[in-house]
Design a protein around this ligand. Sequence first.
Ligand code: PMP
Length: 413
Amino acid sequence: METLEKSGLNIAKIREEFPILDQKVNGKPLVYFDNAATNQKPRRVIEALANHYKTDNANIHRGIHTLAERSTAAFEETRHAVREFINANEAEEIIFTKGTSESINLVASSWGRKFLEEGDEILISAMEHHSNIVPWQMIAEEKSAQVKVMPIDENGDIILAEVDKLITEKTKMVAFNHASNSLGTINPVKEIVAKARKVGAKVLIDGAQATSHLEVDVQDLDADFYAFSAHKMYGPTGLGILYGKRTLLEKMPPYQGGGEMIKEVTFEGTTYNDIPYKFEAGTPDIANVVAFKKAIDFIDELGKDKIAAHENELLSYATTEIEKIDGVKVIGKANEKVSVLSFSVEGIHHFDIGMWMDAKGVAVRTGHHCTQPLMDFFCIEGTVRASFSVYNTIEEIDIFTQALKDTISKFKK
Ligand code: PMP
């Protein structure tokens, strides 16, 4: 008989789809808890990538031969699958990029260059990834605009009452993450969008940590832009998505120039292609886009509600277990969290913890997680971060907890 978890998922069977999990690291079975950095790829994604190169590889859109047609069809099929996955109104509102970082840079650079003026304000949050801070600082400097910050409390929740004071007629863009990679906090997107709407500001949501855990409906959220990465949702690395409302994308100038993004080029001047191609200069990452469709299928097949139920079970068990350990302090205690567990251990540097855990086969991330201002807020240099995906198990959390206890006792001797 197959054993189903409380979530209704058969995790043992799911694990069989992930060849990488079946290995020893430093002589111990691998426990992979670095999923917020990138999660592992099911066999169907790996095979789709290889199969594309084995049978269909050709450049897309301009070819009239059979392989070019096949390749183009598979590429555009993923665009349609992404549209459906986030409930965008049209496939043309889906732009393929290199990752969340490039998606945000595209908006900051293209939208910002066209619509920001001196004295305008961009509002971000205190828990942003550097990818959702630096592009705004860059464009703000260019335009003599200002970046302001929504504060958070000790639990890691945005202080909404303060947001009301910060959103003014000067605010032109509100950019924040759907879920935090360092704390796990799930932010109240709709509430913040509603506040932005009152002053006519646009909203960009960094969904890098949300799309593999939460239902995302960009129309329901009323996001103007939604950025995310394939590699954090069981898909290939180096591929990102930018959703943008048609009305905005059409008004924005191209981000990069080159092939594909043009209608006609003469030495006197160039006319630009329609969306989404206007923003996809050059040969895109065709094979990865094709393979990404299989990652979306994987998530859809399991169901986000079941994935979330399983991950929440792991998160709450792991949190309870590590809080029992002397000296461990959980960083990020928001009411609503994705499966990210950040913590520090009194008197032991996070790098030392990470190194000793690795010696026991347990992969966790250590450091500032590209959120240095957030670390400054907590007056720490970094944390140890364990993050869970659908293939992780309660048994693995027991191994992780034991490894943590052993590591701490080694340092306390
Ligand atoms: N935002 C958040 C919240 C993230 O977690 C990450 C990845 N750690 C990024 C942005 C950047 O994503 P990428 O490196 O795929 O561009």
